[in-house]
Design a protein around this ligand. Structure first.
Ligand code: ZN
Length: 275
């Protein structure tokens, strides 16, 4: 035991003196860009009927927006969600994700990873613009997409390239440290859908940012534990909200609720990036 302990201390001290400073010097810069248009917002929504299974919100109306994100890690890129399809009735973006990336000087083939919060159409509509990318998606959602006959609400069509074996996919059983240095982590937050995921991005200047996916849809929903009746699991949703709140506290993170206009405005206006 004494030998083991002394070995541990040597390991620790070597790491402290040599390993960590070297790692700090070489860690690539991470930036987070909120794209300008991932879907056209509609009139404010009265949320009591659909977005609270306890009908907690009276006449509250919320301005929902659609959002998707580019993460730059050194010279590597990841998309988080891909917005509505350009062919979606009423809510289609006015400019495609690919054309917005072009304004940033980024070509679609440079996107190494596409992280998908969940299988709904407002988050997956343009995923087929990135056939070379590795999909990072919760296993529960991937299994639903890859069914021979996907259930209603599962937007499987744009994933055909990956379902047929033409593209790389990592169906995630738990969390995923995307770049291997802890700076960008896909988080398991099931409940809205079986394999729902959220995202943690650690930025040098802005600090840690937690991007919700649709674990919650608006601020009041987060603060009071509101659960839409169409979520696949109320219990999983409540547990995942609890997880997100504890992560936010422990990482002192800014929480960005993807559909809440008040939240997405915490990030700089396109084409500026949070650093
Ligand atoms: Zn959504």
């Amino acid at each position: 035991m004494r030998k083991l302990l002394s070995g541990m201390f040597i390991g620790l001290s070597v790491n402290a003196v040599v390993g960590l400073p070297a790692l700090a010097q070489t860690k690539p810069e991470v930036t987070l860009t909120r794209l300008a248009d991932c879907g056209t917002q509609q009139a404010p929504t009265e949320v009591n009927q659909r977005f609270s299974d306890t009908y907690a919100y009276g006449a509250l109306r919320i301005q929902f927006v659609f959002s998707c994100y580019l993460i730059k890690h050194g010279d590597r890129y990841m998309m988080w969600d891909t917005g509505h399809s350009m062919r979606a009735p009423l809510v289609a973006p006015k400019i495609s994700v690919v054309d917005q990336l072009a304004q940033l000087g980024v070509k679609p083939e440079q996107i190494q990873f596409v992280g998908i919060s969940h299988y709904h159409q407002d988050h997956t509509g343009q995923v087929d613009s990135f056939p070379q990318a590795t999909l990072l998606i919760g296993k529960g959602d991937w299994d639903a997409i890859a069914q021979p006959k996907p259930a209603p609400g599962v937007n499987a069509a744009p994933f055909a390239h990956w379902v047929s074996g033409g593209g790389k996919v990592e169906p995630l059983p738990s969390d995923k440290d995307v770049f291997g240095d802890g700076s960008v982590i896909v988080l398991s937050t099931p409940g809205h859908t079986p394999g729902h995921r959220s995202l943690l991005v650690k930025l040098n200047e802005m600090g840690n940012v937690l991007i919700s996916g649709d674990l919650i849809h608006f601020r009041e929903n987060y603060e009071t534990g509101g659960v839409p009746w169409f979520n696949v699991s109320r219990a999983d949703t409540m547990a995942s909200i609890d997880r997100l709140k504890k992560l936010a506290a422990n990482f002192k993170a800014t929480v960005i609720i993807q559909h809440d206009a008040r939240d997405v405005s915490k990030l700089p206006v396109f084409p500026a990036a949070a650093k």
